[in-house]
Design a binder for this molecule. Structure first.
Ligand SMILES: Cc1ncc(C[n+]2csc(CCOP(=O)(O)OP(=O)(O)O)c2C)c(N)n1
Length: 322
């Protein structure tokens, strides 16, 4: 969690310094992400993320230079071999990864893997995505076909500028699962131990051939929606302070100290390791060179036009340094 927190906050600086063009921070969602990613069996399961699951990738042991390079918009989307990483490419289409996950999970059933040995798909989406039609089709299909899939909802309170209570009917996302006969757990998503336990439980349910399960992890997006968002336009600092609750890292730190599992030296070492890791990753992303893409302007028409040339010049100016 310390490594994820440090990389996440550093990635905003990377964007400001021009190393990557954009990033979607997950500040405050570390427990939900690390706890759920930790429960994945990377020898047989498969994860379908949104644009915000850096902590899941890190917990799964994914090559983080490749992962972060997706935010640099490199060719192949960074992670170009999902069979190896067990993580589908970052998905910017809200709700898109949920359909893919259900398809993959149904494939596990069609492949004839016996119950108990099924690979399980886990798909991530937000409270905002949960109001999209695709999600309901995916949940219905998964329940009818008993697809081995875990729907992992991070309810972080906001869909960009729209608060959950203004767009989720029925009280909660978990309540909707009942309409499809899908067992759901609504958990404290800022308690990493609770997240690991709930996710393992959901995986065991799906792997045993019982069909899908849903987890609604209650958390809070402490930062902006993305590096181009300004939360000050739709919520005040006082509201942020009141609604965010206790920092998930601080909570876990207190718990480890109280249980006598870790001491202050442990946390100092974790922070030092996190800083060293971030420096290596930063160097790795920097070494990838400038962002490709200029050639797309050559592929539009056989003969270029003044408008296209102007766009190409604009692109070079904005992009070649990142
Ligand atoms: C199909 C689609 N519609 C709209 C958008 C624009 N959009 C990007 S993120 C977002 C909000 C998503 O909120 P939520 O599902 O709660 O996830 P969060 O960003 O809070 O993690 C929207 C509307 C999009 N990327 N794709």
């Amino acid at each position: 969690m310390a490594a994820v927190r440090h990389l996440d906050t550093s990635a905003i600086a990377w964007q400001r310094q021009g190393l990557i063009p954009g990033y979607a921070p997950e500040l405050g969602q570390e427990a939900a992400q690390v706890g759920s990613g930790y429960a994945v069996d990377t020898t047989r399961d498969f994860v379908f993320p949104t644009y915000r699951e850096m902590g899941v990738a890190r917990a799964m042991g994914v090559d983080m230079v490749a992962y972060m390079s997706t935010h640099k918009a490199t060719w192949h989307g960074g992670l170009y071999n999902p069979l190896e990483s067990r993580l589908a490419p970052i998905q910017a289409v809200v709700g898109g990864s949920v359909l893919h996950a259900v398809g993959w999970a149904h494939g596990q059933t069609l492949a004839g893997n016996a119950d108990g040995r099924l690979g399980v798909a886990m798909t991530y989406f937000g409270d905002g995505a949960s109001s999209q039609g695709d999600i309901h089709e995916a949940m219905n299909f998964a329940a009818v076909m008993k697809a081995p899939v875990v729907f992992f909802v991070q309810n972080n309170g906001w869909a960009i500028s729209v608060p959950t209570e203004h767009q989720v009917a029925g009280g909660s996302v978990a309540a909707r699962a009942a309409g499809y006969g899908i067992p759901a757990q609504r958990i404290d998503g800022n308690d990493v131990v609770a997240v690991v336990e709930a996710t393992r439980h959901a995986f065991a349910h799906a792997r045993a051939g019982n069909g899908p399960a849903l987890i609604e992890a209650m958390t809070y997006r402490r930062g902006p929606h993305s590096t181009s968002d300004d939360p000050g336009r739709y919520r005040s600092l006082n509201e942020e302070r009141d609604d965010a609750g206790e920092d998930p890292l601080e909570r876990f730190r207190k718990r480890l100290l109280a249980d006598g599992v870790a001491d202050e030296a442990f946390f100092a070492e974790a922070l030092a390791a996190a800083k060293a890791e971030e420096e290596l990753l930063r160097a790795g992303v920097q070494e990838l060179g400038s962002r490709p893409g200029n050639e797309m302007f050559d592929l539009v028409f056989q003969e270029t036009t003044p408008a296209l040339q102007a766009q190409a010049a604009n692109w070079r100016e904005e992009s070649e340094h990142v």
